[in-house]
Design a protein around this ligand. Structure first.
Ligand SMILES: NC(=O)c1ccc[n+]([C@@H]2O[C@H](COP(=O)([O-])OP(=O)(O)OC[C@H]3O[C@@H](n4cnc5c(N)ncnc54)[C@H](OP(=O)(O)O)[C@@H]3O)[C@@H](O)[C@H]2O)c1
Length: 147
């Protein structure tokens, strides 16, 4: 994840997972501003996405969780996208991302093709302000992730 996304996490370091944060900063901090110690197998800081990729080569599953530049730059490496589509026009947001530039097309910004393999609709309820659909996309265009 990018440093801004990490800084948005209410609990840092994030429990029960190995987190890599991409940043040019020299340290990461907890919500109280205290410098976090990097520990192998728990928290790591890298200067680039390429450097981060070298640490996850042997992992069976890796989740890339944003923000925008990380999503855009890593699109070429991933074989599955999990996207929550919120059914509302009222969400403004401060960061915008358009992986599929053409409306209605599943061709991504790199001109690769995707298909929706699963989709779950959820109606709004006490915990969710809007209806939403989680869609799972699989890459159709063949890519070699680690040559
Ligand atoms: N809806 C979602 O799925 C989702 C997911 C993630 C985040 N978000 C939201 O999006 C917002 C943050 O997104 P963002 O795109 O502005 O920030 P971001 O990608 O999380 O963080 C940006 C910072 O990460 C570092 N960085 C990112 N890409 C890099 C690269 N390729 N090489 C080197 N450093 C890199 C830089 O840190 P330094 O400045 O320290 O060098 C950069 O300033 C937050 O509000 C977050 O909550 C939403």
């Amino acid at each position: 994840m990018g440093r801004r996304t990490f800084d948005d996490q209410p609990v840092r370091p994030i429990p029960n997972c190995f987190t890599i944060v991409v940043t040019s900063d020299t340290h990461l901090t907890d919500p109280n501003g205290l410098i976090l110690e990097e520990r192998s197998g728990s928290l790591l800081r890298t200067r680039s996405l390429t450097e981060a990729m070298t640490f996850v080569k042997e992992f069976e599953e890796v989740y890339i969780v944003g923000g925008r530049r990380i999503y855009e730059d890593s699109l070429q490496f991933v074989d599955e996208l999990i996207i929550t589509h919120v059914h509302s026009e009222d969400v403004v947001g401060d960061t915008h991302l358009n992986l599929f530039p053409e409306k209605g097309s599943l061709r991504d910004r790199n001109n690769d093709l995707w298909e929706v393999v699963r989709s779950h609709y959820h109606a709004k309820d006490d915990r969710h302000q809007f209806d939403y659909t989680i869609k799972y996309y699989k890459r159709v265009t063949l890519r070699t992730v680690f040559a």
